[in-house]
Design a protein around this ligand. Sequence first.
Ligand code: PHE
Length: 453
Amino acid sequence: MTKSREHFGSRFAVVMAMSGSAIGLGNIWRFPYLVGENGGAAFIAVYILASLFLSVPIFLAESIIGRRTHSNTFGAIDKLAPGSCWKWLGLITVFTPLIILSYYSVVGGWSIEYLIKSLEFKFTAPDVQFDGIFGTFISSAWWPLACHTIFLFVCALIIVGGVKGGIEKFSNFSMPVLFLMILIIMIYSFTLPGAKAGVIYLVKPDFAGLTRTGIASAMGQSFYSLSLGVGTILTYSSYVSKKENLLTSGLGTAGFDLLFALMAGFAVMSAVFAAGIAPGSGPGLIFETLPYVFNKMATFSPILSSVVAILFFLTVLIAALTSAVSLFEVGVAYLVEEKNVRRMPATVIIFFGVWLVGCMCSLSFGPLKGFTLYDKNLFSFLDMISSNFLMAAGAMVFAIFVGWKMKREDVYDEFTNGGTLRFNVKCFPLIYFLIKYVAPVVIGVIFISGLIM
Ligand code: PHE
């Protein structure tokens, strides 16, 4: 293709777009309860170590492939290993993000409904009957489908705007707003009477509470949270100019992602403990436990509690949108570059494909409940195969490809911008070692333990 490719306009834009992909539902509903369940600060310590020594190197491996080739996942691998069967592995990573997007956008749709409910003061009005609100909503047929459709449609609109006009503009604006909102919510949560118990729940280092499963979850969560192994970071890096420093954007993204996860953890758990209830897990934490918390708080300060409820579900929605956009872009980049489809029709094709599978995921809580795979409904099945299996497999492919298939000089050249970045030159042996040896072995172990668990 001779057509000139779009690039992100600045370092700020690169870090905001990548953080947009990384910061998502995983930070808000998974991180807080995983920390609480697995030994508090002990889990956070393992999470940080896993991020530094495993996830960041894999992030860099994806960035190196993406920026070296300025291509979509399939094209990138094909350029670097022409004629080999590696490109078929690249093709898998075109499909994995679309599978994730299909159920992710269903949850994105739920956050639209909850934002609407909080704008109508449904959670903060006195005498609200909470029992079964969430269950009834997700098991009904039409409204969750409509919300899923709206969510995906908004993603499509951002994607049609292009890399600069859509993705960059949206994330440059929404990411700072997201941080501001979570900061306000966290400050509010800290001021609630009894919030201290929530803080203690998260920071108390309990090494005895950290089991082998907990260690594997810390690594898995760090992968999921940094959007690794599905080609999103590769695709976004393909829009990064040759002048940028890949190490800086990788560390910047990992830092923002961790900061946001910690802020969300403190915000959510302080409020939950202040309300004196047991923290739920999974989607239940934000869609069942928190509305109840907002309601309890409303007895003291109805206005403040309503405002915080609105801000909270807006935060969930925006965090989900920026992640979903990155998943969407992988498929669009593939169609545009490999199949010569224009951006608009490519967006429409991906929209309908994902929408259809997403509809089935949404209905799998209600009318299609009886249709199960390995005892799971379609939604949970797709979540399980993508986050336990396909993401780890993708990360392994990227690490092995950079460590064993690409020439060391090429990896060095890309990582150090032709030897001009002094700090990167110094770090290179360590990073290369982590990509080449540590990442494949550790992922292999997580993989096997994940299959056994
Ligand atoms: N990182 C996102 C989150 O924390 C999820 C995601 C995974 C997004 C893979 C893109 C790719 O919610």
